[in-house]
Write a protein that binds this ligand. Structure first.
Ligand SMILES: Nc1ncnc2c1ncn2[C@@H]1O[C@H](COP(=O)(O)OP(=O)(O)OP(=O)(O)O)[C@@H](O)[C@H]1O
Length: 360
């Protein structure tokens, strides 16, 4: 079910990219909309398409918004190449299988829906009377919204993302402080997992608006990138810190499963902890719920990931690493006395900062 949704989401994103404001294709569609001539446009010219096409004439020229507008004055459908860069046929009659179900009432729109379902290609219907552009592909149906309306929604989403990001930052600071104090419980970890996932889901939603807005969406995109910042990487490192199997492959698997959870499942803390590989609370009690230290170590400037990997390999958990002397750090592969000192000092600085931030 969720996989179908993911596929639909991907198809939708591709569609929105293709018709984004600023593209010649969108300019052409807007021209037709303004001229109120209506149009039926098929993007792609496979054998399945040719089976439902009757009559018309071959054009075979480069796409231009004006040309599309001129051709739309004629009756019938216009057929474009797969990349919408060439106009292949115009004035054609489309005869899809009439037994294919359709929710549309007008003939143009019903034809568009059926052709899209029958061939899997993108079909665009521009209504002459209702001032609306509708996209069909397979069983997907989407009416393009006015740029102003999308901008309003995108701005609201940015404001919500801002609030989510603030809460996520607080959750991370709190987790860091507890990691230094060795007081982390599964609840804090599950809470941070929920919060980071919410930020990432909002990012996906805003990315959709950005695609739909085309060149009008640049400012929204810049705000989104700025707000999300390092959230994705922090979230990955946090999973690496607490997953029983912290291999990159396992972390990718956990991330993919997280993405598929419904909103209710995401609120189930026990389910999230099970995702990390803990089957019961008693397993946690035995091992202690301590991070490996990937996330906090990554905050030390210029500390290569291979050294972080060696440190985690040697000490296993963050508290043991914190308790290690300069000499013990010095024994780790790739670490000399100077680096051992800078790691100790780096961690101390992060600890002080985290405790200050927690007070704010
Ligand atoms: N099967 C078809 N093949 C090609 N063109 C079609 C087909 N069906 C309808 N059209 C085009 O759509 C035009 C309008 O049809 P109709 O008014 O019945 O559709 P509609 O769905 O009500 O659209 P609108 O909202 O634009 O009025 C026709 O004049 C013709 O150009």
């Amino acid at each position: 079910m969720r996989e179908t949704k993911d596929r639909e989401h991907q198809t939708m994103n591709q569609l929105l990219q293709m018709v984004a404001p600023g593209t010649p294709f969108r300019d052409g569609l807007e021209n037709v909309l303004r001229a109120k001539t209506g149009a039926l446009i098929v993007v792609g010219c496979s054998s399945e398409i040719m089976e439902v096409v009757d009559g018309g004439f071959s054009i075979n020229c480069d796409f231009s918004p004006n040309y599309l507008y001129e051709l739309a004055k004629m009756d019938g459908a216009i057929i474009l190449s797969e990349d919408a860069k060439r106009i292949l046929y115009a004035n054609t009659q489309l005869i899809p299988d009439s037994s294919i179900s359709s929710i549309e009432t007008g003939i143009r729109h019903r034809t568009a829906e059926r052709v899209a379902k029958q061939t899997g290609k993108l079909v665009v219907s521009i209504s002459q009377r209702r001032n609306i552009i509708t996209l069909y592909q397979g069983s997907l149906r989407y009416s393009l919204k006015e740029t102003g309306a999308i901008l309003t929604k995108a701005n609201q989403a940015i404001q919500t993302l801002e609030r989510y990001r603030t809460v996520y930052n607080q959750a991370l600071t709190n987790l860091s402080a507890l990691e230094f104090e060795e007081l982390v419980t599964m609840h804090e970890v599950a809470y941070v997992m929920q919060r980071s996932e919410m930020v990432l889901r909002f990012k996906m939603e805003i990315s959709r608006y950005v695609l739909e807005l085309g060149n009008e969406g640049r400012l929204i995109q810049m705000q989104m990138v700025e707000l999300v910042g390092s959230a994705e990487e922090e979230s990955r490192l946090m999973l690496k810190d607490y997953a029983r199997d912290s291999s990159d492959e396992k972390i990718r698997e956990i991330q993919a499963t997280l993405r598929k959870l419904s909103s209710e499942e995401l609120l189930d803390a026990n389910g999230l902890i099970r995702l990390l590989g803990y089957t019961s609370l008693s397993t946690i009690a035995e091992d202690g719920f301590h991070p490996h230290g990937y996330r906090l170590l990554s905050k030390i400037p210029r500390l290569p990931s291979v050294i972080i990997h060696n440190l985690v390999g040697r000490f296993g958990s963050f508290p043991r690493m914190m308790a290690a002397s300069i000499e013990e750090l010095d024994e780790v592969d790739g670490i000399g006395e100077v680096r051992a000192r800078s790691i100790k000092e780096g961690l101390k600085r992060i600890q002080d900062q985290v405790f200050i931030d927690r007070q704010i």
